[in-house]
Write a protein that binds this ligand. Structure first.
Ligand code: NAP
Length: 279
């Protein structure tokens, strides 16, 4: 059986350390989250972020706009937040309604307050092999989880399934910057199993149950980023845990693996932006 990559346990450890740091600040960081519409999943994510921030002593504010808010209104609010020296970090909860350009909104956030690391400035830094102001949260959380379990990725073949700008794409670059050999697979990839079978580390971020134990090399490391509800309403990951955990040396569960690490990274990034004090 595999060793579990326990994101909950690591979250407790890292957030306990982070709280001590925040306690030592005279002035506290402020995280502002913009939420558009009433999507239940987005509401849960945003409320969890607020609750976690408050437990740490980080000020947090949710600005909830109705679904029909205009792009102009959002851009004006972002401009106001960019110019407010009391605001440390700005996060726009995705997805946005179709009438709003996600790119325009993200591009409007000051890179100095870009807690997700998604702005072209921070992406550009990352992809040119330089340090962004902060790293995107989910990839950063995955690397923290691997580090906690002393999983060295230098020279290893890492296969990432999924190439979104939130997970797969920046993660591939972060792993390359750490000297892994990286293969990125997506919906056009042929013979996925032939590729995953050659991997020392498989990281899946798709949102469908696509990785089975028989697609893995014995002793590999498996990181499951996917989260979705199956037909019975149960929360699932991309990986069939039962078969994969018989083959892998380490595996992250869903829930309790990457999810807790993403929120941990968000809190770490908020504090990092505060400490860098670029406002
Ligand atoms: P996304 O934007 O929908 O991207 C999904 C990716 O999967 C795309 O690159 C797509 O390829 C690829 N794909 C789809 N079907 C495939 C197939 N049959 N074989 C190989 N690749 C396939 O999703 P996302 O935002 O990256 O999120 C992915 C999953 O991770 C979701 O379940 C999401 O909820 C979860 N997630 C979890 C966390 C966390 O903290 N745990 C954070 C973020 C996301 P194309 O590019 O060719 O379309």
């Amino acid at each position: 059986m595999s060793v579990i990559l326990d994101g909950k346990k690591l979250r407790e450890k890292l957030l306990t350390e982070l709280k001590l740091k925040v306690d030592s600040f005279n002035k506290k960081p402020t995280l502002v989250v913009i939420l558009v519409g009433e999507d239940p999943a987005s509401k849960i994510y945003v409320n969890n972020k607020k609750k976690t921030a408050e437990k740490l002593g980080i000020n947090s504010q949710i600005i909830n706009y109705p679904y029909d808010v205009t792009e102009k209104e959002l851009l004006e609010k972002i401009e106001e937040l960019n110019n407010n020296s009391n605001v440390t970090a700005i996060l726009v909860q995705l997805p946005l309604p179709k009438h709003i350009s996600k790119e325009n909104i993200i591009n409007a956030i000051s890179p100095k307050k870009d807690v997700d690391g998604f702005t072209p400035y921070n992406f550009g830094k990352l992809f040119s092999g330089e340090e962004p102001i902060v790293y995107p949260c989910t990839p950063k959380g995955i690397l923290l989880l691997l580090k906690e379990y002393n999983i060295d990725i230098e020279g290893k073949h890492v296969v990432i399934v999924g190439r979104s700008n939130i997970v797969g794409h920046p993660l591939a670059q972060m792993l390359l910057n750490k000297n892994a050999t990286v293969t990125v697979c997506h919906s056009y990839t042929k013979n996925l199993a032939d590729i995953t079978k050659t991997a020392d580390v498989v990281i899946s971020a798709v949102g469908k149950n696509i990785i089975e134990g028989e697609m893995l090399k014995s002793g590999c490391v498996v990181v499951d980023v996917g989260i979705f509800k199956d037909a019975s309403g149960k929360t699932r990951g991309d990986v069939d845990f039962e078969s994969a955990s018989k083959i892998a040396s380490y595996i992250s569960p869903v829930p309790g693996g990457v999810g807790p690490m993403t929120i941990t990274s968000l809190m770490l990034n908020t504090v990092e932006l505060f400490e860098k004090n670029l406002v």
